[in-house]
Design a protein around this ligand. Structure first.
Ligand code: BEZ
Length: 217
């Protein structure tokens, strides 16, 4: 059996996102052909028609434009049928006015859940945990969140880490604790004595010491 077929398989940061073709509320999707040149935030929820999941999916949907402005496509997933997804999407729209207008994978055979370590048997054997995969335009997994069934995710944090990843790629910098878009960033530390001596002379950055320096971008 391939490692990816085992229930305990967990993808890791830097891995190529495992490819799959799946049925979704927007038709069949093949991950590696989907949203070319975009980031993808793919997330699982435990089940349709459940309260915490309804708050989370509504939040992803009502903030979809914030993801789009970051060149990012959303994909949801749960171990529910297409009929369940359609009924739930329609119910949420009727009750709250929020339309979940991004693909929801109907992972009834658990194929994608197992590929992404979304099924964690000591949490639930039948429902996916609240996972989030940040996949870059080269289809590399760049950040993974796993939340349990009983704690909903924080949409500001989802957007914050997406900003962090994209800012890091664009400017070759790192993000300090509690960083938010617009804050100063960390300049990567020097790797040689020459670089260290240059850093000690560099007055264009906010330097605490040669290994800890911030700058505006
Ligand atoms: C919820 O979304 O409310 C939920 C789903 C599964 C287990 C516990 C809570």
């Amino acid at each position: 059996m391939e490692p990816q077929e085992q229930t305990n398989f967990m993808p890791r940061l830097g891995d190529t996102a495992p490819n799959f073709t799946a049925k979704t509320t927007k038709g069949d999707i093949t991950l590696h052909d989907y949203a070319k040149d975009k980031w993808i935030v793919m997330f699982s929820h435990p089940a349709d028609f459940t309260p915490v999941c309804t708050t989370e999916l509504s939040s992803f949907a009502s903030r979809k434009e914030e993801f789009e402005s970051r060149n990012t496509a959303l994909i949801g997933l749960s171990i529910d049928s297409i009929h369940s997804h359609l009924g739930w999407v329609n119910n949420v729209r009727e009750k709250t006015g929020v339309y979940i207008d991004f693909p929801l994978i109907a992972d009834i055979d658990m194929k994608v859940s197992k590929l992404y370590g979304m099924l964690q048997p000591n949490e639930s054997e039948t429902a996916t945990v609240r996972a989030v995969f940040f996949i870059d335009p080269n289809k590399k997994i760049r950040l993974i969140m796993y939340y349990p069934l009983n704690v909903g995710r924080n949409m500001d944090e989802v957007l914050r880490v997406l900003d962090g990843l994209q800012t890091s790629d664009k400017y070759g910098v790192a993000m300090p604790v509690n960083w938010n878009k617009g804050d100063k960033v960390i300049v990567p530390p020097p790797k040689t004595l020459d670089e260290m001596n240059q850093r000690l002379e560099d007055d264009s950055i906010e330097r605490v010491d040669f290994y800890l320096a911030r700058k505006e971008i």
